[in-house]
Design a protein around this ligand. Sequence first.
Ligand code: PEP
Length: 250
Amino acid sequence: MSARRPVVGGNFKCNGDFAFIKTHTEVLKTIPKNNVEVYVAPSAIHLKTLADNLKGTHIEVAAQNVYYEKPGAWTGELNVEMLLDCGLKTVIIGHSERRRIMGETNEQSAKKAARAISLGMTVAFCIGETLEERNAGKVDEVNFAQLEALRAVLKEADWKNVIIAYEPVWSIGTGVVASPEQAQEVHASIRKWLGEKVSKAVADATRIQYGGSVNAANCAALGKCPDIDGFLVGGASLKPEFVQIVTTLG
Ligand code: PEP
């Protein structure tokens, strides 16, 4: 059993309306207070409502994205100050949908993370390879390049505000979950990379979540892997099943 506190995130993506946020609040409130840290990330428009609904509970509300610039003329963006003003402490950065669909580069993701961390936020930094990259034997190469961009803009002390979310792109929203062996292998490589490129202390302390088609049925086996410190959950976080996932890990 690792000393790292497990952490489970729920990424609602571009889903839900205010009626859903209201009913799902009641579901989230049933999550037992156990050893697991929990954050949920609704759309930007629902952030403040859900944060207010969950005030005083152990469930934290996180953003799905943020811009890397200070407040100013950046039409359509949200800055870190706005997230802090909503009472948020955590932000997901570099989700594969932002990287692959919105064209966010490794450097842009890293800049976003650095700015959020510089203002005291915790970042769930997503990395992961496509199926093509996996089949070409490039799993480490791709993940390490994404991590290297982050390493280049952080100081060692900043890593205490980083959660890494390993989310193989071929597994996100596909129903194809990585096997515990596949996930553990990559998590161990990421931890080894942290030890070599940052420090042993950071490697030991940094939590690495697995994300990709996690559900109540497959989470127990994944959760037993020594280098898996929790999950980032997409589809199942919109369902009562999310409560079971947290309970299973706790
Ligand atoms: C995600 O969006 O981060 C994710 C892992 O999605 P899903 O659980 O639906 O695969």
